[in-house]
Design a protein around this ligand. Structure first.
Ligand code: COA
Length: 168
């Protein structure tokens, strides 16, 4: 696991990133809904991340909801621009549980922003909102990223997280 960075965001150190732009809105889905918006993001993923062999299918997205995984959708001027996923256990695909997290833990992975459409601050705003939201329900958020993938690592740290190994 030398090529990945593991992050931990405790509730006690959460730092919101303040911004006055009020054109962003968020909706959490507890079940498969807003199919057109979901397809818009998937199509962007297939186009932009075309060599990602584990990109989710529409069926994978439906299966995620069945196991308790949830998503926060991000909109800008009511247009879908991003998503942020979380599960109450560790599952790298957000479907098949690999192990339980410590009590009060939540796993997040697979965030995505449609860069072609989103304003520059979308990633920052997505992480700030979503981490803040899950930390009202859970005590600690766990994540991991490929070492080269600096943006999500920096965003977790900016929201009060730290680099710390937690994976079994
Ligand atoms: C993850 C994601 C949503 C983040 O959104 P984003 O718009 O790219 O984030 P930003 O561009 O604001 O980058 C966040 C920070 O990392 C910095 N950063 C980005 N790439 C960097 C690099 N190569 N080197 C140094 N810093 C970098 C940015 O400057 C920014 O820091 P700042 O706010 O201090 O300027 C987006 O990158 C994405 O959709 N990625 C594809 C899917 C993915 O990898 N998801 C994560 C799975 S763990």
């Amino acid at each position: 696991m030398n090529d990945i960075t593991q992050t931990v965001n405790p509730k006690s150190t959460y730092v919101p990133i303040v911004d006055t732009n009020d054109r962003f809105t968020y909706i959490q889905l507890n079940k498969f809904e807003r199919e057109e918006d979901i397809k818009t993001i998937l199509n962007s993923i297939y186009e932009v991340l075309h060599d990602w062999d584990k990109a989710p299918t529409l069926q994978n997205i439906k299966d995620r909801f069945d196991v308790g995984t949830r998503v926060i959708l991000q909109y800008y001027d009511d247009k879908i621009i991003g998503w942020w996923w979380y599960s109450p256990f560790y599952a790298s695909d957000l479907i098949n549980k690999e192990y339980e997290l410590p009590e009060g833990g939540v796993y997040s992975g697979n965030s995505y922003v449609i860069k072609k459409q989103a304003p520059r601050s979308a990633g920052t705003r997505l992480y700030s909102h979503s981490i803040g939201y899950v930390l009202t329900k859970y005590n600690t958020m766990y994540g991991w990223m490929d070492n080269w993938n600096i943006a999500p690592i920096k965003l977790c740290l900016k929201c009060g997280g730290e680099i710390k190994n937690w994976m079994k």
